[in-house]
Ligand binder design. Sequence first.
Ligand SMILES: [Zn+2]
Ligand SMILES: [Zn+2]
Length: 301
Amino acid sequence: MIVRVLGSAAGGGLPQWNCACANCRAARTGRLARRSQSGLAISADGERWLLLNCSPDIATQIEAFAPLQPQQARGTPILGMLLTDANVDHLGGLATLRQAGATGFIVRSSAVVREIATAQPAFAPFAQPPHRWLEVPLDRTCQSEGAGDIVGNELSVRAISVPGVTPGYDGRRRRQGAVVAYEICERGRDNRLLFAPVFASIDEALMRAVSAANVAFVDGSFYSDDELIAAGLLPKRTRDLGHQPVGGAGGTLERLSGSTTRLIFTHLNNSNPMLDPQSPAHAQTRAFGADISYDGMELRF
Ligand SMILES: [Zn+2]
Ligand SMILES: [Zn+2]
């Protein structure tokens, strides 16, 4: 399986247009690398690709990665998308990809995410031909929808319901299926990838999925629970926003200590001190043995 990190930042990216926090300033001066909003592209053969989330930065991300660029006068090697939730930074790129032509995309998400997202005029067309927006069954393997489908043919995909809330524009309601993680392997192989860029906590099912994976991309949005408050950015706690902090008591590092899976933190908010290689938070994450994803990172396994 080929995995390309298209973007590694949470909503807003790094720098975020209206933010002058220490990390955003460092990204503007070039001391820290810029990051676009998060998402992965994956493929079994390097020719047919599936997007895991589709950020508003998708057009720039396609231009930065030749295998996602068209091979004919009009066309795309992208066959479809898997969406973990209905946050705009995870599906806003659909609005950019609306000139998809006659073939269309196969979009997959939970029923809750489809309901919330397709109520928005920008995303409603993806539930109409030539596109298809399919519901992923929770905790069961997705079926193939025919030859033009990468899911089920080349890749075996299972959606795992994880603790989380609906987006701010839907009131941050706790609903089953508001957020899912995806467990993916190549058909006939056991090279298991877990994509869990958002979760409010790690329950037993998510813990099992992390252990079973070879590589797990996990929620690295915030390092501490009061990070936004301490920096004077937003009077909100990390846990109120539906994310488990990486550090501290009950944080992801503590919860996943002892895991032998290769852990890669992604979806980093620009406030997160892990972004700065000179910070103690970065050192602690690396000492734990975990990686921090970056735009353009590639894995083959
Ligand atoms: Zn996000
Ligand atoms: Zn910032």
